[in-house]
Design a protein around this ligand. Structure first.
Ligand code: SAM
Length: 354
C-alpha cells in the first residue's frame, strides 16, 4: 500500500467515520480494498489503495452523486511534504508530471476546518504561479476530462491529484457559495436551494418548477423552504404549529395550517412535498414513503436528522427502506441523498420521477 496514493475525500467536520465507511463499502463493491485514514475532526478522509489504477477504477466507476458523505473527491497522485516556503510550486509540478491525461483546470483547496482557513491566503498566492508552471509543463491544457487538485494540509504539505470533472463537485471543496436572500425568513432557505442545485439537472429543474404548481411544506416555520418554493412560482401549504414569517404570508401564495405534519393529509395531490421536521429518521422516511406510494406528491426533498451514533448505518437503512417501498409499489423513481454543505447533523434526500 503506497501511503500517498488512493482517494482523497472532503466531508463535513465530524463525519470522517461515516465518509470512511461509505468509501470502503463502495470501493469493495468495485473489488478494490484500501486502508482508510480518517482523523476525527479533520474534515477529510484518505483512502489508500495499492496503486493509482485501483483508485482510478473506483473514481471512474462510482458515481459521485451516489456518495452521501463526500462533498468532493479526487484521485491522489502523491503527497508533497516539506515543500520549501520559498518554492512550493516546483515540487507539485514535478508530482503532476506522472499524469499523462492533462487537466482542464486547477483547484487549490483545504479541508473545511477553522485551522485550514488560515491557509486560504497561501492558496490564493500560489494559484497563479502554479497554474502558469502547470501550463508550461503541458499538464494544464484547455481540453481534458480531468481537473487538477491541490489540497493544503499545512503550509508545507499538500496532497495533489486529479478528478473527473463530470464525476465530482463543480465547487471548490464541494462548497457552493450561495447568497442569503434578504427577504428569506431563515437560513434554512439556503439548504433547499443547495438541494435543488445538487439533486436536479437543468432539464429536471425546468420540469419540476412551473408557475402554479402546488407544494406542501411539513415543518415549515418560519418559512425558509416555503420561501424557496414560492420564489419558484409555487403555491405552498405550510404545515406547522409554529408561526410563519409575516412578510412571506402577506404575499398570498402561502396557506398556513397549524397541524401535526405526521397526520396532515392533502385535499388533492401536489407536485412537491418537502419536510424539515426534526424527528427520528425512520419515522420521517416512513412518512415520505406514505406520501409517495399514496400518490400525494410527485417529488420530495426531506431531511434525515442524525443525532445517533451509527449515522452511516441509519442513513443506509432509511434509504433501503425507501427504495424497497418504491419497488414494491412499482414506482420508477430516483432516490438521491447527500450531506449538503448547509446540512448540520443531517443529510438531505430527494425522491422524484426517473
Ligand atoms: N424548514 C424551515 C425553514 O426553512 O424555515 C425550518 C424548519 S425547523 C428546522 C423545524 C420545524 O418543524 C419547527 O418549526 C417545528 O415547529 C416543526 N415541527 C416539529 N414537529 C412537527 C410536527 N410533528 N408537525 C409539523 N411541524 C413540526
Amino acid at each position: 500500500m503506497t501511503e500517498s496514493v488512493g482517494l482523497f475525500l472532503y466531508c463535513r467536520l465530524g463525519f470522517e467515520t461515516e465518509c470512511a465507511a461509505e468509501i470502503t463499502a463502495l470501493a469493495r463493491a468495485q473489488g478494490v480494498e484500501g486502508f482508510c485514514k480518517a482523523k476525527p475532526e479533520s474534515a477529510y478522509v484518505v483512502f489508500q489503495t495499492a496503486d493509482v489504477e485501483s483508485a482510478l477504477k473506483v473514481h471512474e466507476n462510482v458515481a459521485f452523486t451516489h456518495m452521501v458523505f463526500a462533498r468532493q473527491w479526487f484521485v491522489m497522485l502523491g503527497l508533497g511534504r516539506d515543500l520549501p516556503v520559498t518554492d512550493r510550486v516546483s515540487g507539485l509540478v514535478t508530482g503532476f508530471s506522472t499524469w499523462a491525461h492533462g487537466a482542464a483546470e486547477l483547484i487549490i483547496e483545504t479541508p473545511d476546518t477553522n485551522e485550514a482557513k488560515e491557509l486560504s491566503a497561501l492558496c490564493r498566492t500560489i494559484e497563479k504561479p502554479l497554474e502558469g508552471q502547470l501550463k508550461r509543463a503541458g499538464i494544464l491544457k484547455g481540453k481534458s476530462a480531468w481537473r487538477a487538485h491541490v489540497c493544503f494540509l499545512s503550509g508545507s504539505a499538500a496532497y495533489f491529484g486529479v478528478s473527473v470533472v463530470r464525476n465530482s463537485s463543480a465547487w471548490r471543496m464541494g462548497i457552493p457559495r450561495l447568497r442569503f436572500p434578504s427577504s428569506a425568513p431563515s437560513r434554512s432557505a439556503l439548504k433547499l436551494e443547495e438541494a435543488f442545485l445538487v439533486f436536479l439537472s437543468e432539464s429536471e429543474t425546468t420540469r419540476a418548477f412551473r408557475a402554479g404548481m402546488r407544494a406542501v411544506d411539513l415543518g415549515a416555520a418560519p418559512g425558509g423552504w416555503t420561501w424557496q418554493l414560492v420564489h419558484r412560482g409555487l403555491y405552498v401549504t405550510a404545515v406547522d404549529n409554529g408561526p410563519m414569517d409575516e412578510r412571506l404570508m402577506a404575499g398570498g401564495e402561502v396557506e398556513h395550517i397549524r397541524a401535526d405534519g405526521f397526520y396532515y393529509r392533502p385535499a388533492q395531490p401536489v407536485e412537491w412535498m418537502v419536510c424539515d421536521i426534526a424527528e427520528k429518521p425512520r419515522r420521517v422516511a416512513g412518512l415520505l414513503v406514505h406520501w409517495l406510494t399514496e400518490g400525494w406528491c410527485q417529488r420530495t426533498v426531506f431531511n434525515l436528522k442524525l443525532p445517533m451514533k451509527k449515522r452511516y448505518q441509519e442513513v443506509e437503512l432509511c434509504l433501503d427502506m425507501v427504495r424497497q417501498a418504491l419497488m414494491e409499489a412499482e414506482l420508477n423513481m430516483v432516490v438521491r441523498c447527500k450531506q449538503l454543505y448547509h446540512d448540520r447533523e443531517e443529510v438531505t434526500v430527494y425522491v422524484g420521477p426517473r
